[in-house]
Ligand binder design. Sequence first.
Ligand code: FAD
Length: 311
Amino acid sequence: MPSKIAPLHLRELVQRLPGAVALFAEPLSAHTSFSVGGPCDLMLILSQMYELQEALSYCHEHSLPWFVLGRGSNLLVSDRGVRMVAIKLAGQFSDYHIDEKGCVLAGAAVPLAALARACAQAGWKGLEFCAGIPGSLGGGAIMNAGAYEGQMADVVKRVELVEPPHASVWREAKDLAFAYRKSNLQYAPTVVTRVEMALTRGDPVTLVARIDELERKRWQKQPLELPSAGSFFKRPPGHYAAALIEKAGLKGVRIGGAQVSPLHAGFIVNADHAKAADILALMHHVQSEVHEKFGILLEPEVRILPEQPHA
Ligand SMILES: Cc1cc2nc3c(=O)[nH]c(=O)nc-3n(C[C@H](O)[C@H](O)[C@H](O)COP(=O)(O)OP(=O)(O)OC[C@H]3O[C@@H](n4cnc5c(N)ncnc54)[C@H](O)[C@@H]3O)c2cc1C
């Protein structure tokens, strides 16, 4: 498939970022928890704020399409890939600090589950719900990730963003329109670089035990041995997606290598070398069966790239 981004632009962009890791035609299947997805034109792994600002202003100046890749645990990328620059944060974006009042300042690339455990071990309560969520803090903030009665909106005070062509700005939580698995950052051309959170005092032993318990529950109830993106669909108001899918008789149904998990009907899993096309076909099948039987349209929670209108 021909590249939409001129190779000259890609080379010039890379030359401006001597400290960055640059991977041309990098397969996104290696970076998504579904283990599917074709190549992006260029993946930039950036460790410093000035590199990010330089990369974004070049993309802005030359109208190059880009997106942020967190830990790829909520992404379904087309088999043909995307004609875009994928920006991945590392280095300074993986640092975090907890002060003596429970104010956590952490880079967007910090893994959510590791941060939750570190905070619990230090006696800070509030992030235990992140146990077993395989995303990054940046992805978690954008998606308002949540589980077991908790969500990012409960702890986030403010986020630092880079919005080309501007330099970084802090935005308060009240301005992020957090709702169920939603924030107003989701479709904005913006990069979350740091997140500030407010936690409260707790007993480290109790907090760590809670995290262990939530992880155990996940291993019992979720098909974690197979590639997936977690719950595929959002919870429709007043219902549970998994219950509707199960009632529609779809548990275990397969298309190609994609399957509605026989363990948890809310998960679509890559059961056997699935293509993104198999997963998308299964998504459409589930949507249409559930709609026909219950009149409810299931909306994907998973972000699909390239973006397409919902069915
Ligand atoms: C086994 C499993 C269990 C899961 N359980 C849960 C759960 O209990 N609750 C839950 O909410 N989710 C769950 N998820 C989904 C996923 O882990 C979360 O949505 C997570 O927050 C996504 O983070 P990520 O870094 O992987 O983002 P990605 O998948 O890489 O990206 C998701 C979206 O966020 C954007 N993005 C990522 N980082 C940034 C950034 N720094 N700045 C701007 N945009 C960014 C991307 O462009 C994309 O649009 C699960 C997934 C799996 C595989």
